[in-house]
Design a protein around this ligand. Sequence first.
Ligand code: SF4
Length: 517
Amino acid sequence: MTSAPPEHETPMLHPELRTDGDPDAIVRRGRRLDHAEGTSKPLKSRREPQPRGAKVHGNRPIDQAEAAARFIAAPEHEKMHDERLWDLRQKRDREMQAIPEWEELRSLAAAIKEHTLTHLDDYLEEFETNAQSNGIHVHWARDAAEHNRVVHEILRDHGAKSLIKSKSMLTEECGFRHYMASVGIEVIETDLGERIQQLDHEDPSHVVVPAVHKLRTDVAAVFARTLGTDPENSDVHYLAEAQREATRPLILQADAGMTGCNFAVAETGGFVVCTNEGNADLSANVPKLHIAAIGIEKIIPRLEHLAVFVRLLSRSALGSPITQYTSHFRGPRAGGELHVVLVDNGRSKRLGMAEFWTSLKCIRCGACMNTCPVYRRSGGLSYGATYSGPIGLIIDPTFNARKYSNLPFASTLNGSCSNVCPVKINIHQQIYAWRRELVNLHEVPLVKKVAMKAAGELLSRPAAYRAAIAAGDAALAHLPRFVIYSGLNAWGRHREMPHPPKQTFHDWYKANRAEKP
Ligand code: SF4
């Protein structure tokens, strides 16, 4: 049932939503309904409960498989998630095919990133000098705690109590929102997907589309609970409009704004933020104080290099030729202040890791997630980490090898992630390398270690291997079903076991091809 919000809860209206005598306006209780809300149709559908993410217990290894199983057990969510992301992958392919020099662009992007990363100290200093001469205050943060403290100090010095923020994976990495809540500063996410996640007390599940794991009925339920919308109306325009109406006043009143950064240009001391909703521009331009959190790997040397990345980013991410807003920030707005915080948080350490340093080339496009069969069917929150999908598998263990020790095993190693990566990161090879590394670090569960050792022994002894195959075939042919599909057989939980062949290839070869004595 629709229930009208009490009068005192009616959101303040942005000027564009006032009727101002417009005869065509659709008005309800003196309030103009914008195009979307005025024409939206209540959509009723049976609600499948939203599967929640991985259970996180301190430093204990995340059980991604357990959370993935719960996601798969919600068929509407799994189907929608798989289809939506595969659609992005197909759009990406169409855009890629329309650019004959696509592979050249990828090689160029990879080379620029590799060059920059191997001269990172020089380019960071160049960026700092140029940014300062543009009137930007530059801060450095060794880790997440320092980043949060630096931003807090800037806000405190300005007496800021509220902050509007556009999407930034770096701030997620730093646990920024939780920290700000602990010091009494209100953070309002301005990206629609990110705001949905904030209102639902969930982390983003994808680096580009943070709420992609939610059905629109899930969003309707979140907004009904938090914004007082009609729980039965899951029309996307209605929901977007409701969030816009509720958030605009908060944006207009905020004391400070915060953005992330897609690319920081050493040559100019400026940086670029790419969004599709224009929310970074609101965060940067409405309040007088703008703070940008920049991971040190976001540096590129020259402005001309930007064209390479801008052409690749949106095509790889969403299959669109360009993001709606590619906003350049070169200095503070008139009468305002601009601060950038250059954050390391483990990046220098990763740069020194021979097999994993190239993961720093990542431009967070999400293409590897969209193509990954495991990610598409298990949802980003099943990884229990800031970064999910293939890129998460190679970045997360650099933060905490124990906690994320299961993640590199959540991959089929099919290599599709590496094939779509616009900066040519050898993702699947790094996933495989992490498996070896985790064994060396003794971060692989004992059961898996023993099983792998036993498999290794078996595979290295042909006679024992053939005997085991023969025994397995005999068991499959003669044992009753309830024994074969017992709880010990993880493979059989979701699949039928293969029928044992009458003759193994080895027996056939011996009978037909092997040289007779
Ligand atoms: S690893 Fe490559 S494909 Fe994946 S998010 Fe980063 S840049 Fe995109």
